[in-house]
Ligand binder design. Structure first.
Ligand code: HEC
Ligand code: HEC
Ligand code: HEC
Ligand code: HEC
Length: 213
């Protein structure tokens, strides 16, 4: 009986491990092929030019980072040690088999840190079907704070328990709703759920030039 239960528990553990590794990372450049387009809202361009996550690796070379490293007595520069990289780049420590092409650490925290490894959901037809996309590994970034708090927690040397103000004079080191609002990159309201249809009608009209800008 005990042995049977042990085997069952092990079976579950293995199944969970396999599930976590089932989807692979492809990197932000792959997302860019569609999410760099004006029509869909250019989420790639927004991330590249405005999102603090894009700078997360550069930050590890800053004066502030060197000061933290000195204070902690790190033997190597912050941008070379797991103690810092784990939250300042995407897929740090993921097994090589889970990464299709090596991700460039200099790109910092990329799309897939929040949306999940994208190899299986990145196809246009799957992406356009909310249910299917999630079945293929897209995470619920809009409603799951745990995605953020794997990095936004007190293990961050610069974590500030009073960073966010809450109603009633209270504070928090992280507030999901306020934090989301600081990194907006929406699909335009009139395009949401209709991208494929709109793209097709543009092509049909022989009018591809608008997508160039
Ligand atoms: C892989 C780790 C990681 C994940 C996951 C992550 N972040 Fe961050 N986040 C960072 C790092 C690192 C910075 C600092 C970037 C810099 O300035 O160099 C940051 C900075 C920020 C900032 C600016 C500083 C602040 O707190 O006001 C916001 C806002 C933010 N993240 C929101 C989010 C939200 C919302 C999520 C989840 C949907 C999220 N982050 C998920 C690592 C992460
Ligand atoms: C547990 C995840 C985590 C680890 C580990 C981590 N960071 Fe960060 N780092 C963050 C997050 C999240 C932010 C943004 C919010 C905050 O400060 O907590 C950030 C922000 C920063 C900032 C401020 C960026 C800015 O411009 O405001 C610096 C500097 C920094 N980290 C340096 C380091 C160094 C150096 C290490 C290694 C000793 C390190 N971090 C380890 C998650 C982490
Ligand atoms: C730090 C976490 C984080 C990163 C990095 C990030 N996103 Fe997001 N993304 C979110 C969150 C959270 C939402 C949901 C926002 C909401 O509902 O308020 C979202 C929403 C979206 C949406 C849906 C918008 C809508 O209107 O439904 C798309 C598309 C998207 N992201 C694509 C990308 C792409 C492409 C990248 C990389 C170039 C990227 N994201 C990088 C957290 C992130
Ligand atoms: C081949 C084109 C293509 C690629 C590549 C692609 N997407 Fe998408 N994505 C779409 C389309 C099309 C939609 C649906 C737009 C609509 O009609 O609302 C979408 C929707 C999304 C949404 C919103 C899904 C929902 O149901 O709320 C997110 C988040 C997203 N993509 C993230 C990503 C990320 C991250 C990557 C890279 C790993 C990526 N996409 C790669 C075409 C693509």
């Amino acid at each position: 009986m005990m042995r049977w239960m042990g085997a069952l528990a092990l079976g579950f553990a293995l199944a969970r491990g396999a599930e976590a590794q089932e989807h692979q990372y492809v990197g932000a450049a792959k997302c860019k092929t569609c999410h760099g387009k004006e029509l869909i809202g250019d989420q790639y361009g927004v991330w590249k030019t405005k999102d603090p996550h894009r700078r997360a690796f550069e930050t590890l070379r800053s004066e502030a980072s060197l000061a933290i490293a000195a204070q902690r007595g790190l033997a190597k520069p912050p941008h070379e040690v797991p103690e810092c990289l784990e939250c300042h780049v995407t897929a740090f420590g993921a097994p090589a088999t889970q990464v299709v092409t090596p991700l460039d650490p200099a790109a910092g925290v990329q799309c897939e840190s929040c949306h999940g490894p994208g190899r299986d959901y990145r196809k246009k037809k799957i992406m356009s079907d909310h249910e299917q996309a999630h079945a293929k590994g897209l995470w619920h970034a809009d409603e799951d704070p745990a995605i953020c708090t794997t990095c936004h927690n007190e293990r961050s040397p610069t974590f500030d328990a009073k960073r966010y103000s809450l109603p009633g004079g209270k504070h928090a080191g992280f507030d999901f709703e306020q934090a989301k609002a600081k990194i907006p990159h929406p699909i335009p309201e009139d395009v949401k759920g209709r991208y494929l249809e709109l793209e097709k009608s543009r092509r049909g009209a022989g009018d591809g030039e608008e997508e160039e800008e």
